[in-house]
Write a protein that binds this ligand. Structure first.
Ligand code: SF4
Length: 323
């Protein structure tokens, strides 16, 4: 099918229709001369269902030393990346960061820990619960967590502590996952998402693009997330860190923005969030993703790399709201 015909066909999403996986695979390869037509459609779809921009911020509350071997991750103990490693931060330190997040205008604050998760509660997990309870009572910002693989009991404890969103990335398409991790399966990740949804919790789950996956595998990830009915989809762009073992060549700006647009068309009602890597991968083009389907971003730095200043991102959000 010619690209213009594919984009015309995709306008059905504006009338409540759905995109087939085959059509999404064509759209994600949209060449430069038609790219703005694709972005315009994704923007119309976003405006028809999701007008609001939001921004969340994270704290890397426990860094490095992870037993898992995710190929892109500087926190894996199997890599020799030059990062700060530390055990779980004190409750006071986590609270201090939550206060800063609230003062910066972030809509949510997320506690992130390295490691393969908390299938059952332990002493460290109880400390996290205690920090969450204090943040809800003393700071009042919405709480998200990204704590790895979780079991029913730990999920229930998070729900009881008033956590409003569980973050757990699938990282990549099921068909590509064995290329990036050998110590656990994507099925375990999917199970955590399913458990959280079954408990009625909101879930933020997405992945990283540029790991060496094909555009068709990016589409596969978009449809896998649709099937899980997640609420928010973060799209990270690989920012390869020395000492990790991803060797894929960087992907182009067009490939990144095409991916954002197709994720919006496949998942019209969900929050589409541009996260780590946007500054290095998109440079001066990062504002364009918000006119190509994205309506959210992670601000104030990432797990092991810095982002832009919060003030610069707040300026971007303000200018977009008036666009
Ligand atoms: S992505 Fe998470 S589970 Fe994988 S190595 Fe990094 S910290 Fe460990």
């Amino acid at each position: 099918m010619h690209t213009t015909d594919a984009i015309t066909k995709a306008y059905a999403v504006l009338d409540g229709g759905t995109l087939s996986e085959a059509l999404a695979r064509e759209l994600i390869e949209t060449p430069r001369e038609y790219a703005m037509d694709l972005y315009s459609l994704a923007n119309k779809v976003r405006l028809s269902v999701q007008q609001k921009f939001d921004a969340c911020t994270i704290i890397n509350a426990k860094s490095g030393g992870c037993t898992e071997d995710c190929a892109f991750c500087a926190q894996s103990a199997s890599h020799q990346a030059d990062i700060d490693t530390y055990p779980l931060l004190s409750e006071e330190k986590i609270l201090e960061k939550a206060r800063e997040a609230k003062a910066s205008g972030a809509s949510a604050f997320s506690i992130v820990t390295s490691g393969n998760g908390y299938k059952t509660p332990n002493r460290e997990f109880e400390k996290i619960i205690s920090a969450i309870r204090r943040i809800r009572a003393e700071v009042g910002i919405a709480m998200h967590v990204s704590l790895g693989i979780l079991g029913d009991e730990t999920l229930r404890m998070l729900k009881d502590a008033d956590v409003s969103m569980i973050h757990h990335n699938l990282e990549t398409a099921p068909s590509f996952f064995p290329n990036i991790c050998t110590t656990h399966t994507i099925g375990e990740r999917i199970e955590t998402v399913r458990r959280a949804k079954a408990l009625g919790m909101a879930v933020c789950s997405g992945g990283i693009i540029g790991l060496g996956e094909t555009p068709a595998q990016r589409v596969e990830l978009a449809f896998t997330l649709k099937g899980l009915d997640v609420d928010s989809i973060p799209i990270n762009v690989l920012n390869a860190i020395e000492g990790t073992r991803v060797t894929a060549a960087p992907i182009s700006i067009r490939e990144i923005i095409n991916t954002v647009a197709v994720f919006r068309l496949v998942n019209p009602r969900m929050t589409i969030k541009i996260a780590a890597g946007r500054e290095t991968a998109l440079g001066d083009w990062q504002g364009l993703v918000f006119n190509a389907g994205a309506n959210s971003m992670l601000i104030g730095g990432y797990l092991t790399t810095c982002g832009r200043s919060i003030t610069a991102d707040q300026g971007l959000i303000r200018s977009l709201t008036g666009f």
